[in-house]
Design a protein around this ligand. Structure first.
Ligand SMILES: NC(=O)c1ccc[n+]([C@@H]2O[C@H](COP(=O)([O-])OP(=O)(O)OC[C@H]3O[C@@H](n4cnc5c(N)ncnc54)[C@H](O)[C@@H]3O)[C@@H](O)[C@H]2O)c1
Length: 371
């Protein structure tokens, strides 16, 4: 659909009997009334949210559902990454069972990536699996985590180490929710849009570069969200369970997860770690993968132009060590045959998967960039 002529963009994730739509735009929630009604014929919606989003946006969702004759019950977890834990999972599963959820009912996840990952995981295992709907309220969740069906929690071994693939039945990415989102969170989410462009959409990257910081609000942002979601939806439809091409979506993430795991609680945002990871993946590529160093320079310059970190030194923590980061990277889920896998790039919009990273070389690189 043409975005200027239509307030809403709809993107289909083509997964056969697990196919679903992502509805993007201002007031997308209000426009989805009839669809929501079809999911809640029982007259009740169980909504998982967090302690920030619930008070801010719960009443709006409740009002929309009430107009459809649907009663809302909220299940609220503390805001923050710590809720993505076994305890957080147990809280939600217990609350769903306390509410005597039936297998035909549908859970709503209203919140950022934390709520989406956690509620999706809980839905996928409660009574051996109930359906869920994503209503993402952060930019990061709208462009990335709400799409594709990866759910999970963190364990002491690392981020997202326990989880399932469980596709939502519908995603409603209403840009109205973003109005209460702090600038830092907007920028963090934007890193995942840059990621999509860097993996395989050169034209998008050029548009982002040309727009500069203006891209972070308004119609331009909705357009960029749609492009990034469409990009991800295509990849997910080709490779739902990450047997191949979907791993490209991890560009920057092997570095990012290592930084996140080693940072103090809540010191850095996931998207900030991803931004640094993207810059490092391009720097490493410029040294090893025939990527033009000028492309690595453009990536770094664009991240900085937006106010995102582009080097470990830009992060609000400095206690990294190459040894500890490499330990984290050794535990990455993408690794094969005991070798570290990285997503690298031949240039902007041309990422590829390298399953054969030389560890000594990576340690040397990390030492250099941490200096
Ligand atoms: N499943 C996937 O494919 C996938 C992809 C990328 C990231 N993730 C996961 O997503 C998580 C990060 O998501 P996130 O950045 O959305 O974090 P988050 O869910 O913690 O949200 C960030 C903060 O913003 C608050 N918030 C949310 N919506 C708000 C709003 N509209 N107004 C004001 N405040 C609001 C939250 O309460 C929280 O404090 C990580 O755990 C990451 O691993 C998952």
């Amino acid at each position: 659909l043409n975005i200027s002529a239509h307030p809403l963009v709809e993107i289909a994730v083509g997964l056969g009997d697990r196919a679903y739509d992502i509805v993007i735009g201002h007031q997308a929630l209000d426009m989805c009334g009839e669809r929501l009604r079809s999911f809640f014929r029982c007259g009740r919606a169980l909504v998982v949210t967090d302690s920030n989003v619930g008070p801010l946006h719960g009443p709006r969702l409740e009002a929309v559902l009430e107009q459809l004759g649907i009663e809302t019950q909220f299940i609220t977890v503390p805001a923050g990454e710590q809720s993505k834990s076994f305890e957080g999972l147990q809280t939600i599963v217990d609350a769903l069972l306390d509410a005597n959820i039936e297998r035909g009912e549908v859970v709503i996840a209203l919140g950022g990536g934390v709520v989406g990952d956690l509620a999706g995981f809980a839905a996928s295992i409660t009574k051996r699996g109930v359906d869920f709907i994503q209503i993402p309220t952060t930019l990061l969740a709208q462009v990335d985590s709400s799409v594709g069906g990866k759910t999970g929690i963190n364990t002491r071994h690392g981020k997202n180490f326990a989880g399932t693939f469980h596709q939502p039945r519908l995603v409603i990415a209403d840009s109205g929710f973003l109005s209460s989102l702090p600038d830092r969170e907007i920028r963090a989410g934007y890193a995942e849009i840059v990621k999509a462009a860097l993996i395989g959409d050169t034209a998008l990257f050029e548009r982002l570069e040309a727009a500069g910081p203006d891209i972070l609000r308004g119609e331009d942002l909705t357009h960029a969200i749609s492009d990034a979601v469409r990009f991800k939806a295509n990849i997910v439809a080709k490779d739902e369970r990450e047997a191949g091409v979907r791993a490209l979506l991890n560009l920057g993430h092997t570095f990012a997860h290592a930084f996140e795991a080693d940072a103090p609680k809540d010191a850095i945002r996931h998207g900030e770690a991803v931004a640094v990871g993207l810059a490092l993946a391009f720097r490493f590529s410029a040294e090893h993968a025939s990527c033009d160093p000028a492309d690595a320079g453009r990536v770094e310059a664009h991240l900085r132009q937006i106010g995102l970190p582009a080097a470990p030194q830009d992060l609000p923590f400095s206690g990294w060590s190459a040894q500890s980061l490499i330990e984290r990277m050794r535990g990455d889920k993408k690794n094969m045959g005991g070798k570290i896998t990285l997503i690298l790039a031949h240039g902007i919009g041309n990422a590829y998967i390298d399953h054969d990273i030389d560890e000594t070389d990576l340690v040397r690189f990390l030492k250099k960039v941490l200096k």
